[in-house]
Design a protein around this ligand. Structure first.
Ligand SMILES: C[S@@+](CC[C@H](N)C(=O)[O-])C[C@H]1O[C@@H](n2cnc3c(N)ncnc32)[C@H](O)[C@@H]1O
Length: 396
């Protein structure tokens, strides 16, 4: 291998997710393998961690990891950000590489991210990497072809600390495309962000019920149930690309089981919008977590806290503790502001009935904190897609 070779497992997530991503992976790997020590990852930015490459870590991440947005096997690191030397550096590095990451007849595509610092445009970066891979493979007597739609291998190129990192995207797609979302509901949370909220709120799924009073299409509850059991993230026949690679096939169980299949989580979800309730049911069925959820239809203001506590107790959980976790409307249109403030005040009053519980909310509206009228134990800025939002966690 040349000195441009790298061998890292990289997990990318939203900014602020590093600690949570590391904790989730460690929990999965420790339960799956008695003999694997999960090293402390290197931080590579606000939403990026890396480990020395290990196949068992990699298969665990790409099968089960909910808080990451992408899982990458980093193969090469070339000096950046100049395009001219990249072709020959990459051809040389691939030529000296004895890892069998491609095979004759394999198709690939290249995608570039965060390459603004290249004087050349993104398309030239993509073209250069494509040509280098084709050339290096040809020199080894291997014929590859480019297929942008259904590639066997998705090559991910991005600039990190002035180095051009060339990696394989193990899933071949963003990890949030798990395959359970039937339609989007009013304003759905991205699945990895919902999982991040559940982990950030430290949901103890063996001992605490989770309640989302404004659940939309149910993403928070579905992710909470999935995390509790560490179920494989993929549904509807979707599988990560690397599961079909000839060199990796044997590393996967054909039907990976839930890692904590003995956990019995419970989430009560409530939503006022008819269509969203319907979508939540279908999403939960497809994700395989419907038995862990109780999905109610109505305004949360008519959902009696006493009744919620009774349901929680009937499901075998201690009603004196639990987690409210929700993503209320942000009320971004000017005409919505008054309505949303009174909604927040009603939410504050409702939430206060759950003494001894914790409550976490992701909101992108500055009026929220004063409407809640309590001091949050944790305040964490998070991006919800393009929107600036804040995660508040309260001890009630
Ligand atoms: C930002 S969305 C939640 C999205 C959800 N986290 C998801 O991933 O689909 C806010 C939700 O609150 C619901 N909502 C608004 N007011 C409500 C109320 N008074 N009672 C119950 N649900 C309400 C809306 O219909 C909407 O689905």
């Amino acid at each position: 291998m040349s000195d441009l070779s790298s061998n890292q497992l990289r997990l990318l997530g939203v900014a602020g997710s590093n600690r949570v991503m590391a904790g989730e992976l460690s929990r999965i790997v420790r339960r799956r393998f008695d003999d694997v020590r999960v090293p402390v990852p290197k931080k590579q930015g606000p939403g990026a961690i890396s480990y020395p490459f290990d196949l068992r870590l990699a298969t665990s991440a790409v099968t089960y990891h909910r808080t990451s947005a992408r899982v990458l096997w980093e193969l090469y690191r070339c000096p950046g950000p100049r395009l001219e030397p990249l072709f020959s550096q990459l051809v040389g590095a691939i030529g000296n590489d004895d890892r069998q990451w491609f095979w004759s007849g394999a198709s690939f595509s290249v995608q570039a991210f965060a390459v603004r610092d290249f004087a050349a445009g993104e398309r030239q970066v993509v073209g250069t990497v494509k040509n280098a891979v084709l050339e290096a493979a040809a020199r080894k007597g291997v014929t590859l072809h480019v297929d942008a739609q259904h590639p066997d291998l998705t090559i991910d190129v991005r600039l990190v600390d002035d180095r051009v990192c060339v990696a394989l995207d193990l899933a071949g797609m963003p990890m949030h495309r798990r395959g359970y979302r039937h339609a989007s509901g009013v304003a759905p949370l991205r699945e990895d962000l919902a999982a991040l909220l559940v982990m950030s709120a430290r949901h103890d799924s063996r001992n605490e019920a989770l309640v989302d009073p404004m659940a939309g299409s149910g993403t928070i509850g579905i992710e909470a149930a999935g995390l509790a059991q560490a179920r494989p993230i993929w549904c509807s026949g979707r599988t990560p690309a690397c599961m079909s690679w000839p060199t990796w096939r044997d590393a996967f169980e054909p039907r990976p089981p839930a890692v904590f299949g003995d956990t019995r989580p419970f989430c009560l979800l409530n939503e006022s919008d008819d269509a969203s309730v319907d979508i939540a049911h279908r999403n939960a069925d497809t994700a395989g977590v419907a038995p862990s959820l109780d999905i109610r239809h109505g305004d949360f203001r008519t959902l009696e806290p006493r009744d919620v506590l009774d349901v929680v107790q009937a499901r075998g959980f201690d009603p004196k503790r639990g987690l409210i976790l929700s993503n209320p409307p942000y009320g971004h249109r000017l005409e919505d502001q008054r309505g949303v403030e009174s909604l927040y005040r009603a939410l504050a009053a409702w939430t206060r009935s759950f003494s001894g519980w914790r409550a976490g909310f992701l909101v992108g509206n500055r009026a929220f904190e004063s409407a809640m009228g309590m001091r949050p134990a944790i305040t964490k800025p998070l991006k919800n897609g393009p929107l600036d939002a804040t995660f508040y966690l309260y001890e009630l």
